[in-house]
Design a protein. Sequence first.
Length: 89
Amino acid sequence: MADARVIFYKPLALAASVGGGLLAGAVFNQLWKRIGTSDRKPDPQDLSQRTRDVLVAAAVQGLIFGIVKAGVDRATASGFKKVTHVSPE
């Protein structure tokens, strides 16, 4: 029976990952509006943008995505275990 419960974890984790990606994007956009030189994230292919701005934006975006992904994955696994008493591993 535990295997059937773990099968249900995959779609739950996928939905949580999509939601986490949307959340990370929204957090980054709000943060970049505050710390960036413009309201929009610099496009790496736009050579009129400063290299420093492009690299800082990429680093901040990666940091936020990594933190949100780890938090969402952890919360999803923890919630699944609380409900089913089975680890999703």
